[in-house]
Design a protein around this ligand. Sequence first.
Ligand code: ADP
Length: 758
Amino acid sequence: MFQFVISVLYFTIIGLFAVCIFTLTKWGGRLHAYLFFYCVANLVYNCGYILVMHSDNKNTYVTALKLGYLGRVWVGLSMFLFIAELCGVYFPVWVKTTAAIINMVIYFFILNLENTHLYYKTMEFVMDGDFPTLPHSGGPLYYMFTMINLLYSIMCLYIIFRAYIREKNETAKKRNLVMSIALTLMGASYVIYFFKIIPLARKFDVMIIAYAICTAFMLLAIIKYRMLDATAAAKNYVVDEMSEGIIVFDAQDRLSYYNKPAQKLFPELEDPDKKDDKVRELLDDFDSAIKSGEPVRLDGKVFTPRVNPLTEEGTSIGTLYSLSDDSEHYRHMDELREQKRIADDANEAKSQFLTNMSHEIRTPINAVLGLNEMISRECGKVKELDEGLSPAVSEALGNIGVYSGNIENAGNNLLSIVNDILDISKIEAGKMELVNAPYSLSSLLNEVNGLIAFKVAEKGLEFVMDADETLPDELYGDKVRVRQIMINILTNAVKYTDKGTVWLTVKGRSGGFVKEGGILNLSIMVRDTGIGIRREDMDRLFGTFERLELERNSTIEGTGLGLAITRQLLTMMGGNITVDSEYGEGSTFMITIPQKVVSTEPVGDVRAGGRNAGSSKQPYRVSFTSPASLILVVDDTKVNLLVAKALLRDTKIRIDTAGSGKQAIDLTKKNHYDLILMDQRMPNMDGTEALNNIRNQEEGLNVETPVICMTADAVIGAKERYIAEGFDDYLSKPIDSNELEQTLLKYLPKEKISDNDK
Ligand code: ADP
């Protein structure tokens, strides 16, 4: 029997040693620490007990016992902590600390076993056959210690049973069962030990058998049911279940790990013959993909590659590449790109259509307005004759003059609608560009005044213009667009006001003294005593094609584009517009436009009224004559040739016409012209091609002749483009007769001009 107990002790020591080794090799957190603690405590106890078994007197027995207790006091607590950790039951630190302090106190009294009598009240050494024994009567600490250990066993059993019932994973369930059996045995052995139920319990500490069995079960749980692998298994599980493929290379670029998704993507990694080549290829592919920022496409899927250098204490130990499956994301991106392309194409087609349409509409308007101009001129001439006209003829001529005026108005309205449509389509296509240059604020205000004062007078309204005299005159910005904004707002004020006044107030805010190169916030306020705007309509005011109170305003012409264009232009310029209105009382539009100051010279006194104010259209007067000049007009539309010729008839300039680029070239080879007016859009050979041909003729008669581009292409920037193409100047259709004469006056040889009244 004695030998059996000794063998059990040795077996337990070997078993515990094995558990220690397993624990160390799979080290990873508190679970392993508690188990290790348990094993070491148990090892010390078992070693001490071997010495106890070999003692032959009281002294050696007690000394060996004290050594064994050094481990034994911790066995119950460490097992409890381990089981609690295994089952995910956590205790606060103070509980653990208190339990440890109690153990230490008890051990202190065990060390002083002979003196204090608190652990063993009495004890004597007796040899019971081969077994050295120490029959004793327990002191209070002895009972307390036994109770505490019994309590640990009961709590462990409770925790592990509860975990067993709740556990879903089959392997973990079996593992918990094995551990519960071990703990039941341990608990039972405490009872046997305490009450000395079996006679053997008097000969030696039966707990050692319980510990041996417990150790055996623990080994079973560790090896068969992978008790200590939980964390590693969990990590592997997570890494294998994620959608990202992960490949790890060591510092020498040798493959050291890949997870299941990576294995699926690159099955060659499993093949020893192909593995090395594949590894090299992958490294190259990953690096170039990461550098170029391009995704990696594999098996019809799209992956985003990422690289993470792995370092330990500052030294590189390898590289981790991850490939995340972003196919869905890229599919969405492709779809969005495709949709954007379709939308862009549609927008481009729309813009192109509107540009073409505007061009096509301008061509007939050119004829209408040009010929209307001729009617008006002829009418004026006949009226001037006056004598000899019968009253009926006089009245008819008067009517013709009125009708012609109406045609001109309608034609100009049509023209401004076409311009608005063209502008809004440019803005929506993001193609609107500002053409910034220095300009004079006073001349801009005079132009606006000239245009508006006439409209105001026609409606019998009063126009008050108040411009701060100290405003700097020379500013830098897009004059054409600033004028367009002012005209839009002022035209609306006139359109939507039946009686009363329209005020235009121009001020400046510069955030201090105005200085050259500084920014002036040009503040323009237009106020009217018109119909006003209802509060609920304010939101729609700046919408495209939005017109308010359609029924009430049905007789007022408009497209609902003016304010939309105004706001977009202001946004482009970094300015803004606000409105304040009292329905039935009038409206106030406030605009701010930041403009650079070129020179601080003040604008001076600019007032309402002026040249055109209140006067209707003046009868036509030719500005110069030049019978000595010969010019060539080129246009594929016959009526345009007719209009050009008619408009210039009073200048007495001699005019040749050509219906195509080719015909123009033939004529330029025969005659020298003082000037050429060239249409741009012509079939077969456009204006630019014809121009280049004329300029490149060897010893050509017209190499130096000024060529003016004449086109219905009224897009902003068109002038600059045509001049860049080689034309000397640009005239937009419909041709304004005054502008036409001024341009010719500028380019025709001075010596051939007679009767210049300008
Ligand atoms: P429209 O060509 O119709 O004038 P706008 O975009 O310039 O287009 O103006 C949009 C609408 O805002 C107009 O139809 C009109 O109902 C309203 N509106 C604009 N200015 C005024 C104003 N000064 N007084 C009253 N209503 C105005």
